[in-house]
Design a protein. Sequence first.
Length: 60
Amino acid sequence: MARTATEELSGGRTGAAGSDERPVLVVLHQEHSTPGRVGQTLLRRGVALDIRRPPLGDPL
């Protein structure tokens, strides 16, 4: 299932308050993969992530 705003890394937090920027799409190919350091850095900067896993049925 697609996860918006990286519930896995951010605990459900979204991008910067009041931000109308689009989330960064992160495509992962395994069930237990994470966005890693790139995802953590983006989240610290207030960027929302849209995590998708096509092999698990997530649409692109």
